[in-house]
Design a protein. Structure first.
Length: 437
């Protein structure tokens, strides 16, 4: 049995311990009903200890949800065993070794490498400490250390904090800590449009001419003219994915495959791509059966650094290195397609993301936009005419623009809203896929 008593400091629960001594624990911040509920669970713990039996399911669930303070009080009176607090370094190492994301899917090799980099920072800053010793203040100190001592950019800091949140959330789910000290830290990366660079057709042609072989020409063409992610999507392409008779290419997307319906997409077989595909296909005929499977047979090792080799090609072409070598190639292609007049949701589907991501990270304002703008003649600027309904009910008459004229307002929605609705790419989009000048 356990009883509840109240004094000036709050409620106290008295009970007869298994060793025959009368013990008590003080609880604060609870009303009488909550205190009596705790008392019933304490009585169950006492009975389980006395009879050497397991506790009932309700008490077990309650025990798994209580905070560290109350649990420590139960430990001090011998009703529960002390919770083993894991070592931060060992817990993170075990989590990475398991290789599972928060959703339970197998983490990709690149994801594992990012986790290991963040784990190195954690070990360097915190050393050999316990998970529950990391406080909110130490979390703030770690963030400042990443930026100031390690010289990481803001988005890089946010990415590391995002991974640290993942580690500590997993520890919280395992009941090793009560709260995640990094929970309130900002971890959403922000678009950095200062690193945008429009790669012109002339620049990419110089790079193609400077390539050491046809394999690199194909890699660059797939990124710049096909808008593929490199290396993940480029290295996944097989000759079976090239649908010659349909003028389309089937693209497998490892980055988005965990999203339902986003594991693959289909793009047009652009005219700019065909010469490089034809050349590579002819060269593949003389190779073994295994070598014919992938379009790019070199650099199959996931540790291959394509960026370094691409930079050498750019330097050999007499050009300066631009930021985000491969992503800006994708963004340049997307900008071209938007300029050609294709609907934003169609272009976004071909490149492999949403219209929201397109607007925030990919669609660029390039030099040729300014050149087109200042090259327009005044006579070509079309004034938008607002159509007003006439008094007789007939439409199509243009009203005079005076203070009494009120245009008819139509309710609509934004491109972002339209992209969120179910939209399909009609077959004619592929048939008219050649960019218009």
């Amino acid at each position: 049995m356990a009883s509840v008593s109240k004094d000036a400091k709050g409620y106290r629960i008295f009970f007869l311990a298994p060793d025959g001594r009368r013990r008590s624990i003080r609880i604060s911040g609870l009303n009488k009903a909550k205190a009596q509920q705790v008392s019933r669970h304490v009585a169950e713990l006492v009975n389980a200890k006395t009879s050497a039996q397991s506790i009932d399911r309700q008490t077990a669930l309650w025990l798994s949800d209580i905070g560290k303070t109350l649990r420590d009080k139960l430990v001090s009176v011998g009703l529960v065993e002390a919770r083993e607090s894991s070592n931060l370094k060992q817990f993170v190492a075990d989590y990475i070794a398991a290789g599972r994301t928060a959703s339970g899917r197998v983490a990709k090799p690149l994801t594992i490498r990012k986790w290991q980099t963040t784990a190195g920072y954690l070990n360097e800053f915190f050393g050999d400490c316990l998970l529950d010793s990391v406080s909110l203040g130490k979390a703030d100190d770690f963030r400042r250390w990443l930026a100031e001592s390690k010289g990481n950019a803001e988005n890089t800091v946010r990415k590391h904090i995002q991974i640290v949140k993942l580690f500590f959330t997993a520890a919280k789910r395992r009941r090793l800590i009560d709260e995640n000290p990094f929970q309130d830290q900002k971890s959403t990366t922000m678009p950095n449009r200062q690193r945008d660079y429009f790669v012109t057709q002339g620049e990419i042609q110089k790079c193609l001419d400077a390539c050491p072989d046809s394999q690199w020409q194909l890699i660059i063409a797939l990124c710049r003219f096909g808008g593929l992610r490199c290396p993940s999507e480029v290295l996944q392409l097989t000759w079976d994915d090239v649908l010659w008779d349909q003028d389309r290419i089937h693209i497998k997307s490892p980055k988005t495959e965990h999203h339902e319906g986003k594991e693959a997409r289909v793009i047009p077989l652009w005219p700019e791509l065909r010469p490089f595909l034809d050349q590579s296909y002819e060269l593949a005929k003389d190779r073994s059966e295994d070598a014919q499977q992938f379009l790019v047979t070199r650099y199959r090792d996931t540790n291959s650094n394509l960026r370094t080799q691409f930079f050498r090609i750019i330097k050999r072409a007499g050009l300066l290195k631009w930021p985000k070598l491969f992503q800006n190639c994708r963004a340049s292609r997307e900008t071209e397609l938007l300029d050609a007049g294709f609907p934003p949701h169609v272009v976004a589907a071909w490149i492999g993301h949403s219209v929201k991501v397109q607007n925030a990270n990919y669609a660029q304002v390039a030099d040729h936009h300014f050149e087109q703008a200042v090259g327009l003649k005044a006579s070509k600027v079309v004034r938008q005419v607002v159509q007003y309904p006439s008094e007789s009910g007939r439409t199509g008459e243009t009203a005079k623009t005076d203070d009494h004229a009120k245009p008819k307002v139509f309710r609509g929605h934004s491109p972002e809203f339209a992209s969120g609705r179910r939209q399909e790419i009609a077959p004619e989009r592929f048939e008219l896929s050649t960019p218009r000048s």
